[in-house]
Write a protein that binds this ligand. Structure first.
Ligand code: ZN
Length: 210
């Protein structure tokens, strides 16, 4: 049901994107909407696979991501939102006990996502495909928080507060959807981020823990 709607949305977003600035500067390539600077790592095959899944999840919304294996530099493509992703070991103070990651939209002037990878690995329990899917969904969820500019959660899908065993099983079979409301908020937020520093509905700067 949601898929058809997303496709329509993606087409509309695609048209808008075509009219925008081509930060890649190359004919025939889609402009980049969000640049992700990754610091630290998950195991290579899992990380790369997860990035592809996240690309697909946002691609359905007509949003193009670009990944860089480096801390955020001062060089930011014009017209793109930049987000820093940090993989950390241990338990940062800002994280709640059960969170796998948390987002701090525009804290200290940057959008930052912290991933506590050991917790993801513990849940995946050596199941590689699940580990890759779970990392992808954790990243997509936190990127969603940054773009939406809120700490709100949905009843289902990518932006659900707490995934159940059923959700875990489903995400291995294929990426979960963003709800229609989340998709709309993400597109609105992205447009706002591009226009200014932060979306108008940015509720607070203290971020969220999943
Ligand atoms: Zn969350």
């Amino acid at each position: 049901m949601g898929r058809i709607w997303f496709r329509q949305l993606a087409q509309i977003a695609g048209l808008i994107a075509l009219a925008g600035t081509d930060v890649e500067g190359k004919a025939g390539r889609r402009p980049v909407d969000v640049v992700l600077y990754v610091e630290g790592f998950a195991p290579g095959p899992i990380d790369l696979g997860a990035r592809q899944i996240v690309n697909g999840m946002y691609g359905r919304l007509g949003i193009t991501l670009a990944w860089h294996d480096a801390p955020k530099s001062d060089v930011k493509p014009a017209g793109a939102v930049s987000i820093q992703i940090r993989f950390v070991s241990g338990n940062p103070k800002a994280a709640s006990q059960n969170a796998l990651a948390y987002a701090l939209p525009y804290a200290d002037g940057i959008n930052a996502i912290t991933v506590m990878y050991e917790r993801i690995r513990r849940i995946a329990d050596g199941k590689t495909i699940f580990e890759r899917s779970l990392l992808a969904h954790v990243l997509a969820h936190e990127i969603g928080h940054v773009l939406e500019g809120t700490t709100l959660h949905s009843e289902s899908g990518v932006m659900k507060a707490q995934w159940t065993g059923w959700d875990y099983g489903a995400m291995v079979g294929g990426p979960l959807d963003f709800t229609r409301e989340d998709a709309a908020m993400i597109l609105r937020g992205l447009a706002a981020w591009k226009l200014s520093a932060a979306p108008a509905n940015l509720a607070n700067k203290s971020g969220s823990a999943r």
